[in-house]
Design a protein around this ligand. Structure first.
Ligand code: BTN
Length: 244
């Protein structure tokens, strides 16, 4: 059976809506809105989400593997969303580690996976996606980095309901696959979609800057960075990746 889809015109945050209700939800239940008044981004940043300009959606899932698997899961989500877009005729969308969607070097969508639970036990997950569709320029000015929008990929946008349904379906399928076989079945696709593949990058970890050539991800979702001392692995957290 299809899990409930909760739709709002205005909401504080679709992630927050599901997070407040984790104990009453079934896996796959989702929340969509036209606009958020307190949209959340990664690393504690706000997410600009003006009325009707984005696909704003969140999905609830329970992860039996526990929190340790969540890093890999967020990478699988990126693959699922890009593949949903490809299936609708939007080619050329790529992934920037860990899970931003990029188009022509600018951010098209962001993914925020939030979780709760205790170590070792199953945990609650809320998967949030904000995808720019057509942003008026005054709204775009509020975004603190180079961004793009789906109408640049393909000027004739598909129906928004169709887009939402397609993304939800791909997400649900991806979560089922992830439950059965973890990130392993997504690694090849992730590496095919890697925006930085083979490029010189720098990793910012607090005060530390590490330079190397991006060599995709391993099957835990760690970034593989080729440095002077060979290929090194970096796992999630407060790391950010830049060109150069
Ligand atoms: C990022 O910083 O790149 C992640 C942005 C995630 C935004 C989405 S919009 C739907 C969901 N609800 C939120 O409050 N945040 C996520």
């Amino acid at each position: 059976p299809m899990a409930p889809v909760n739709c709002f015109s205005v909401i504080d945050s679709t992630n927050q809506y599901l997070f407040e209700r984790v104990n009453q939800l079934s896996a796959g239940e989702s929340c969509l809105a036209e606009c958020q008044t307190a949209g959340r981004g990664r690393r504690g940043k706000p997410w600009v989400s003006p009325f009707g300009c984005q696909l704003i959606l969140s999905m609830y899932w329970r992860l039996e593997q526990g929190m340790a698997a969540a890093m890999g899961l967020s990478l699988a989500v990126g693959v699922a969303v890009v593949e949903a877009l490809e299936s609708l005729g939007y080619p050329g969308v790529e992934l920037k580690w860990p899970n931003d969607l990029y188009y022509q070097g600018r951010k098209l969508a962001g993914i925020l996976v939030e979780m709760s639970g205790s170590a070792g036990a199953s945990c609650h997950l809320v998967i949030g996606i904000g995808l720019n569709l057509a942003m008026p320029s005054q709204q775009g000015e509020k975004i603190d980095q180079a961004w793009s929008e789906l109408r640049q990929v393909q000027p004739e946008l598909v129906d928004r309901n169709q887009l939402a349904a397609c993304v939800l379906l791909h997400l649900q399928e991806a979560m089922q696959t992830f439950e059965q076989s973890g990130l392993a079945s997504f690694v090849e696709s992730w590496n095919r979609l890697d925006y930085f593949a083979g490029q010189p990058v720098k990793l910012l970890m607090g005060e530390q800057v590490i330079r190397g050539i991006a060599r995709g991800i391993d099957d835990r979702g760690a970034l593989r960075l080729e440095t002077d001392e060979g290929v090194k692995l970096y796992l999630g957290g407060e790391i950010s990746l830049r060109r150069g």
